[in-house]
Design a protein around this ligand. Structure first.
Ligand SMILES: [Zn+2]
Length: 160
């Protein structure tokens, strides 16, 4: 089953790049190797405001990956992380970022005019020095679910 975002799964449709290759990638690997597809984002990206410190959310957002029935925790292949990843991030303290306000490709466009829809879970914020920025230019917040898992983890570690 490949419902990964196209740019990760490499399952771009054939847009006639076999007859006249549009790029080196498609000349060598056919439609799968095409590098011409460009994301069309839902939101315009403003310049990152690097002077702002990222916050940590006090609670989970509506679409939080740490919610029990989230796509991440139910193993949706479109999700960027699974339960193991979420637990590892919370345990190690590597931040998991809330997707709220991040841009997302609504579709991908090929110069031939062909388009494919984007994945609803494929957030693609602008990253600067490891920090993702929302479309409005403010830094993303650390996930509230992640912070709660992290507190629990530290509590357990303290009891040992
Ligand atoms: Zn191409």
């Amino acid at each position: 089953m490949t419902t990964l975002p196209h740019h990760e799964a490499g399952d771009w449709p054939d847009v006639g790049n076999d007859e006249v290759p549009c790029c080196m990638g498609s000349a060598q690997h056919g439609a799968r190797g095409c590098t011409c597809w460009q994301p069309v984002y839902d939101l315009a990206q403003m310049p990152p405001r690097a002077e702002l410190e990222p916050d940590t959310r006090a609670s989970m957002c509506d679409g939080c990956a740490y919610r029990p029935r989230s796509p991440e925790r139910t193993g949706d292949p479109d999700a960027a992380a699974d339960l193991d990843d979420l637990q590892r991030l919370a345990a190690t303290g590597r931040p998991f970022w809330c997707h709220e306000g991040m841009r997302r490709p609504i579709e991908w466009r090929h110069p031939s005019g062909a388009t494919v829809p984007g994945s609803p879970l494929d957030y693609q914020p602008l990253f600067v020095e490891g920090v993702p920025y929302r479309a409005d230019g403010s830094p993303a917040a650390r996930c509230g679910g992640w912070a709660a898992f992290r507190r629990k983890h530290e509590q357990r570690a303290g009891e040992r």
